[in-house]
Design a protein around this ligand. Structure first.
Ligand SMILES: C[S@@+](CC[C@H](N)C(=O)[O-])C[C@H]1O[C@@H](n2cnc3c(N)ncnc32)[C@H](O)[C@@H]1O
Length: 298
C-alpha cells in the first residue's frame, strides 16, 4: 500500500554544467544524492518543510503486485540480468577508472534497479499497455540493463532502444545482450512472456543499442521514453526537453529523474511523480517525474 508524504524538490547534489561529455561523465552518479535524500527525509520527519510542502507524492516501496506467472517471469529475468551483467559491471568500473580511489566512489556509475524499473514501467503505463503497442527508448542507457529488462519483461514493448554516449558502456551493453541472445535466453524469455515462439533473429532486431549523443537520436517512433537525467546539466536538460517536444511525435509518456525545464512550452504536461529504486538509493528510491504530450500537440 503506497503511503503519502509531502514533497519538496531536493537541491541538485551534483554540480551542473552544460558540456555534453561532462554530462556523460556526470552520468556516473554521485552517491551523495543518497545523503541528500536522507537529509530531506530527516527534514520531513522534523517538520521542517512547512512552506514548500505543496504537492503530495505517492511513495511505493515495494515492487508492483503481480500474478504468480508474472512473478515467476520476473525471477527469471532477474537471474538472466544478473548473470549477463555481473562480470561486466566490475570491468566497467576498472576500465573507466572512476572507482580506482575511495573518493571516486562518489562518481560510481548508477542505474535503475530491476525493482525500480518495475515501478517505472507501471508509472509509464507499460505494465498495463496492450501487447506490442510500445516503442521504448532509454536516452542515456548506460550499460543497457533497463532496455533489456523492458524488452524481456513487458509484453507491451515491441521495440527497445538504448542510446548511450560513452563507448565503453555501449560496448558493455552489447556484450551482455549478445550473451543473452547467443545462449538462447533472450528468445526463450521473450517467447515465454508472449506465449509464442520467438526467434533469435527477432530479438536481435527488436533491441537496438546505439552509441551516440542522445540529442541526435531518432525518437520519432518512441512511445515511452526514460531519461536518467539526475546528473545532466541545465543546458542538456533544456535541449532534451525541447527535443522531446519537437521530435517525439509518437510519445505517450516520458519519465525523467529531474523536472524538465519549460516542459509546457515544449508541449509536455507534468502528470505526477513516483519514487523508484536506483543503485545509489535505498528502497526509498529517487523521484521520477512523469510527462505526457499535451492534447493540442497530437
Ligand atoms: C545514470 S546513467 C543511467 C543508465 C540507465 N538509463 C539506467 O537508468 O539504468 C546515465 C547515462 O547517461 C549517459 N549520457 C549522459 N549524457 C549523454 C548524452 N548526451 N547522450 C547519450 N548518453 C548520455 C551517461 O553516459 C550515463 O551512462
Amino acid at each position: 500500500m503506497p503511503w503519502l508524504r509531502p514533497w519538496r524538490p531536493p537541491k541538485p547534489s551534483v554540480p551542473r554544467c552544460g558540456n555534453r561529455l561532462q554530462g556523460a561523465l556526470r552520468g556516473t552518479v554521485h552517491l551523495s544524492a543518497r545523503a541528500g535524500f536522507s537529509a530531506l527525509l530527516a527534514a520531513v520527519a522534523g517538520g521542517r518543510l512547512r512552506r514548500a510542502s505543496t504537492a503530495i507524492v505517492a511513495v511505493s516501496r515495494a515492487e508492483p503486485e503481480a500474478d504468480s506467472a508474472t512473478l515467476a517471469h520476473r525471477g527469471e529475468v532477474d537471474a538472466a540480468l544478473d548473470s549477463a551483467w555481473k562480470h561486466l559491471d566490475r570491468v566497467l568500473r576498472d576500465d573507466v577508472g572512476l572507482n580506482s580511489a575511495v573518493e571516486d566512489q562518489a562518481r560510481t556509475y548508477g542505474e535503475v534497479t530491476p525493482t525500480g524499473a518495475r515501478r517505472l514501467a507501471e508509472a509509464l503505463g507499460l505494465s498495463q499497455a496492450g501487447f506490442g503497442s510500445s516503442h521504448f527508448v532509454d536516452l542515456g542507457s548506460g550499460c543497457g540493463k533497463l532496455v533489456t529488462q523492458a524488452y524481456l519483461e513487458w509484453p507491451a514493448v515491441k521495440r527497445a532502444v538504448g542510446v548511450e554516449l560513452c563507448p565503453e558502456r555501449t560496448a558493455q551493453a552489447k556484450q551482455a545482450w549478445s550473451k543473452l541472445v547467443a545462449s538462447g535466453t533472450a528468445a526463450s524469455l521473450r517467447g515465454s512472456m508472449l506465449q509464442q515462439n520467438v526467434s533469435q533473429r527477432t530479438v536481435q532486431e527488436d533491441l537496438v543499442l546505439v552509441q551516440g549523443d542522445l540529442l541526435e537520436a531518432d525518437i520519432s517512433q518512441a512511445t515511452h521514453i526514460f531519461v536518467s537525467s539526475l546528473c545532466f546539466g541545465e543546458e542538456l536538460l533544456a535541449a532534451v526537453c525541447s527535443k522531446l517536444g519537437r521530435e517525439a511525435s509518437s510519445l505517450r509518456r516520458a519519465a525523467t529523474l529531474t523536472a524538465l525545464p519549460h516542459s509546457r512550452a515544449a508541449g509536455l504536461r507534468y502528470t505526477g511523480s513516483v519514487f523508484a529504486e536506483m543503485t545509489w538509493t535505498g528502497v526509498e528510491g529517487t523521484r521520477v517525474w512523469l510527462y505526457e504530450r499535451q492534447e493540442s500537440q497530437h
